[in-house]
Ligand binder design. Structure first.
Ligand SMILES: Cc1cc2nc3c(=O)[nH]c(=O)nc-3n(C[C@H](O)[C@H](O)[C@H](O)COP(=O)(O)OP(=O)(O)OC[C@H]3O[C@@H](n4cnc5c(N)ncnc54)[C@H](O)[C@@H]3O)c2cc1C
Length: 136
């Protein structure tokens, strides 16, 4: 079932500190960042998390869509860096290394996939994240 926006959200939100396990270049100015999944964290394709951290003494938090096929052992987000307009937090994210830590909360989002065997999705821009997560 693809839940409509505004539908009931049955997921349990959580706040945790997560450890980066890998950072990979996946395209021009684009990296996939993998984290160890904290205990109790569950999410469905299409949902997103809030990442938080300190950059030059300032606290930042921004939302990122999950881009891994599941969240069982690790989970992943994909961050695009606009070379001209990027703010401090996305610049910080693309320079992370294995072993670094960030805060995570979520998951958020009421429009996601729930085990459908066949779906058709049209996506562009920010919509690419949840589409890659479904492994269509
Ligand atoms: C629900 C949700 C899901 C999101 N999922 C993702 C995701 O999966 N991957 C991802 O990279 N971002 C995603 N974002 C955007 C992300 O939350 C940040 O806004 C982005 O990383 C820029 O943060 P910043 O602090 O570096 O820049 P800011 O200081 O917040 O922004 C500075 C200016 O530059 C613009 N800007 C910065 N980076 C970009 C960019 N890459 N493309 C276009 N304009 C930009 C901003 O719009 C703003 O005008 C998502 C946002 C929302 C609301």
């Amino acid at each position: 079932m693809v839940r409509p926006f505004g539908g009931a959200d049955e997921s349990e939100d959580m706040d945790a500190t997560v450890v980066v396990t890998e950072v990979r270049d996946v395209g021009p100015d684009t990296v996939a960042i993998e984290f160890e999944t904290p205990d109790g964290f569950e999410a469905d394709p299409g949902q997103f998390v809030k990442l938080s951290g300190t950059v030059d003494g300032e606290e930042y938090d921004r939302f990122y869509t999950l881009s891994s096929p599941d969240v069982q052992e690790t989970f992943e987000v994909t961050v695009g860096l606009d070379p001209e307009e990027a703010g401090p937090f996305s610049r910080h994210l693309v320079n992370l290394e294995a072993g670094d830590e960030l805060g995570v909360s979520g998951p958020f989002g009421r429009s996601y996939y729930k085990g459908e065997s066949r779906v058709v999705v049209l996506a562009g821009g920010p919509g690419i994240g949840p589409v890659s997560y479904t492994h269509l």
